[in-house]
Design a protein around this ligand. Structure first.
Ligand code: MN
Length: 204
């Protein structure tokens, strides 16, 4: 069985950007449900859990064709939520440093342009989904949207930063003010975590 990821902060620690009730429900209800549904469908298949959830997605062709949608939806829900929760920190107003800063400057000119590009991409998402900063096979940065719980790994892309744009991620505090949520998200991004994932991908 796949295990629930621990949050590295308390439910209230992301306030005032994200309220504690939202973090609590998001982590204990929404994320939990994807994890439970993933474990359930795999147990019904007598799966031995030999792969990590990411490897599972990459080997989806080894599973019965009529179960693949369910597996991908819920595995994506687990992967995307774990990255989203790890993309945030109570240590506010971080900026990229080191190799990540270099890559962002090379690709987008500077941090502010990167931020505006990310916000613009997020504003284009239709319906529920995510905006990601990803690395492609050449280790270049790209900003992409995916729908519902689709994970960038399906396209051979490695996500290093995730913004959940499902209404459950922001509605209690922001209601229809999605732009404000997206903008405020930037003040709680854990760029140390983004840097770590950026380095890991380059080393593969
Ligand atoms: Mn969510």
């Amino acid at each position: 069985m796949y295990q629930k990821m621990n949050l590295k902060y308390g439910y209230e620690d992301l306030e005032p950007v994200i309220d504690s009730k939202t973090v609590n429900i998001h982590y204990n209800k929404h994320y939990q449900k994807y994890l439970d549904n993933l474990n359930k469908v795999l147990q019904e298949l007598n799966y031995d859990f030999k792969y990590s959830v990411v490897e599972l997605v990459k080997h989806i062709d080894e599973f019965p064709i009529d179960k693949r949608d369910t597996i991908l939806f819920n595995a994506g829900g687990v992967i995307n939520h774990e990255l989203y929760f790890n993309s945030m920190t109570p240590h506010m107003n971080q900026r990229p440093v080191g190799e990540l800063k270099k890559a962002i400057d090379e690709t987008y000119g500077n941090y502010e342009n990167f931020k505006q590009e990310f916000i613009k991409t997020a504003s284009y998402l239709v319906g529920s989904g995510y905006t990601f900063l990803v690395m492609n096979k050449e280790n270049e940065l790209e900003i992409i949207n995916t729908s519902n719980q689709e994970t960038p790994y399906l396209y051979g892309l490695t996500p290093i930063l995730a913004l959940d744009l499902w209404e459950h991620a922001f509605y209690l505090k922001y209601q229809n003010r999605k732009d404000e949520y997206i903008n405020n998200f930037f003040s709680i991004i854990d760029f140390e975590n983004v840097s770590k994932l950026h380095e890991q991908k380059k080393e593969v």
